[in-house]
Design a protein around this ligand. Structure first.
Ligand code: AHM
Ligand code: MG
Length: 342
């Protein structure tokens, strides 16, 4: 059977084919994506059992056999760390769940070119209601010299230095979507062979959309400019046909996945009680901004391009407006510094 007759292209096959386009590429990035895929398949297996807590024992509690049931977000974190530690291509990791970066101290890792940052299980408060959750990841080439352990500087690079970034969504199916500067591609987990298979090649975010996504329950804390934009979304954009629909799952990966496929705008803005917003630059905003920009969309804090921010610390937060180019541009007209909206 030749390639033309085969319907399924696995993640591994795809990344190797992509690598061949660059004679200088060594295949290490492909191997790293495969390792992240492996960790996420292990996480997926546990996520799929989440509804059985009453039978298997509640996460975080001890079950009838006296075994401690690990919380899913802790399990996800430990799985990613252990798989990436075993990987020959990862020098160290930083996770939303850990205070500091973890630099691997074995001799293989000393010669590894890449570091990986991740939010192991984003939106985990949605597990109880069976809504989609996800893993978000970023891959940077290290800036510290090869031959020794990686350093904090490797993890404090701006998003415009990303080599690849993406997410795995544990939804009605499990999908990995990842971006390089060249393209964004989606792979659906085919459970019978346990492989992510190319299902959404060359994803582009529609330039326009009809959905705005924000926690509108926080409106009393928003400034006048943002409130004016929300009014535009609800009432004033009749020239575009009708008011936008509002959709908000409260799980960034799920809200972003919809935004990427259908178009729209997702916002987690600053407000009077969280002047920097809620979401983390390095674990949530940068990877999503990189992916959205590679898909033709936009991502901004309201004053600057997310990808241009040089992180000062590992866990810093930034406001985010991200999605379809035209919708984000319109939102910026309202919210950018100095905008005066009656
Ligand atoms: P988490 O990293 O603690 O899971 O929080 C991040 C989540 C995002 O997935 C989501 O977009 C946001 O928090 C929702 O926050 P809120 O409930 O304040 O609207
Ligand atoms: Mg998170």
């Amino acid at each position: 059977m030749d390639n033309a007759q085969r319907k399924l292209i696995t993640l591994d096959e795809f990344t190797i084919q992509e690598t061949r386009k660059f004679p200088q590429a060594t295949g290490e990035l492909s191997a790293l994506l495969r390792d992240i895929g492996l960790a996420c398949k292990m996480i997926n297996k546990q996520v799929r059992k989440a509804g059985l807590v009453d039978i298997l024992g509640k996460h975080g509690a001890t079950n009838v056999q006296g075994e401690e049931q690990m919380k899913l977000d802790i399990y996800s974190n430990e799985t990613l760390i252990s798989v990436l530690k075993n990987s020959a291509d990862c020098a160290g990791v930083a996770s939303e769940e850990n205070d500091n970066e973890v630099c691997f101290d074995d001799s293989f890792s000393a010669h590894s070119k890449y570091v990986v940052l991740f939010d192991p299980l984003d939106g985990s408060s949605n597990i109880d209601v069976n809504a989609s959750i996800g893993t978000i990841f970023s891959i940077y080439r290290r800036v510290s010299p090869l031959g020794g352990p990686c350093t904090k500087e490797d993890f404090l690079q701006p998003g415009n230095k990303l080599m690849a970034a993406g997410y795995v969504i544990y939804g009605s199916s499990t999908m990995m979507v990842y971006a390089t500067k060249l393209s964004v591609n989606g792979f659906t987990l085919e459970p019978s062979i346990g492989e992510f298979c190319l299902s959404h090649p060359n994803l582009k975010c529609p330039e326009k959309g009809k959905i705005y996504s924000i926690n509108q329950g926080n409106s009393s804390k928003y400034d006048d400019n943002l409130l004016a934009y929300l009014k535009y979304c609800m009432e004033d954009n009749k020239a575009e046909g009708r008011p936008y629909s509002h959709r908000y799952i409260g799980s960034m990966v799920a809200d972003m996945h919809r935004t990427l496929i259908k178009g729209g705008i997702f916002m987690y803005p600053a407000d009077s009680s969280s002047p920097k917003g809620k979401l983390r630059l390095q674990y949530e905003c940068n990877p999503m901004a990189f992916l959205m920009q590679a898909a033709g969309g936009l991502a901004t804090t309201g004053t600057e391009n997310i990808l241009d921010i040089v992180p000062a610390e590992l866990h810093q937060r930034v406001p985010i407006y991200i999605g379809s180019k035209q919708m984000v541009s319109k939102a910026l007209e309202f919210v950018k510094e100095g905008a005066i909206v009656a």
